[in-house]
Design a protein around this ligand. Sequence first.
Ligand code: FAD
Length: 394
Amino acid sequence: MQRVVVVGAGLAGLQTVVALRSAGFAGRLSLVGAEDRAPYDLPPLSKAMLSGAAENSSLEADWAALDVDLRLGERALRLADGTLQTDRGTLAWDGLVLAVGAEPARLPGGGRGAGAGSRAVLTLRTHDDAVRLRSHLLPGARLVIVGAGWIAAEVATAAVAAGVEVTVLEAARAPFAAALPEDVGARLALLWSAIDLRLNSTVAIVESTGVSLVGGERVAADVVLIAVGARPATAWLAGSGVALAGRAVAVDSHLRSTMPGVLAVGDCAGWESARYGTRLLVEHWDNALHAPSVAAANLLGGTVVYDPVPYFWSEQWARMVQYAGHHPAGDRLVWRDGADGSWAVFWLAVDRLVAALTVDRPRDLVQARRLMASGASVDATLLVDQGVPVKACI
Ligand code: FAD
């Protein structure tokens, strides 16, 4: 293998070039990124960058030592056997890793960019999106967020602290409907008391001056944020020989796609998980951090299996919310309440722990994740007791 091209210069792309060099790859290595900005981290965009605690979220890299042909502001357009066509020319490859991440989903009328006057319809995915959103978080401004998911919770937290009036419109009966069962989302909704959370509110059309709901009601806004999820940025791969599963690049347990020599990592890749018996598309930081070392090893001839217990966190309303596992694999819920307002919920499949969500209980989360990885059988009667360490509930 002489020439490797990594497409997408986010966390997963950067981790891939680092892992390839760490694994001893000494050939030509190109990193192609559509944004005109060196790799940066996404989680601070909805946290420190909105609160003003940080101006950027750059990821550190020793580019000289990595000896990478860093091609920023260059978009991949077409993939063929051994070549990648971009908007600047054609690159030859012997091995290629897709790390193109995801793009925010849109709604009718919910285009990107400024609307009339100072009003705007925005999404939050990139550094520039965060800078633009922050400029609208002024005292007294009316922010309407469409979709009550993780990004909505974090943006609303920062906006309320900035003196913004926040309304969140959600079509489902509880927040986090795409990620969590209704009863767990409803419990998390108790944290949203500082804003106007309107459930069962389906948005019909989004404009820069506000949002119209199905049924005709109109909610006026100075700025609208569309936060209804993200989709793998894979449209350009159509017809390439790389099979998709939904929008995700379909990869096996070694992160190999259907096209020989092409692997995929991060938010764009759906891998076959033997642990859960299904294909997983996990759009979380921990996955973008860890999958690349497996992809790099396998691109260089290894047969390493990628099958982690997925993990993510969210910081909202001065609380730390953490999740590990894959709860659709579970068949019952066990709740645990702390004396200090913290709580946890565990999903069990018979007597195995398959997922956990904790609020301000990081130790429970770490121990639960270890139990999931070990496959130990757990005692649900102990799990409910906040005085018993999770690791002792076996
Ligand atoms: P990306 O960071 O999206 O990088 C992909 C890159 O590829 C982009 O720069 C894109 O421009 C480029 N690209 C796309 N198409 C092309 C093309 N055709 N040619 C060239 N380049 C292309 N996860 C957590 O676990 N906890 C959190 O608290 C958390 N907070 C988050 C907050 C925000 C605002 C967002 C958006 C995400 C958050 N996440 C969080 C999710 C997590 O950050 C992501 O899962 C992770 O960063 C994905 O990294 P990635 O490299 O796969 O994708």
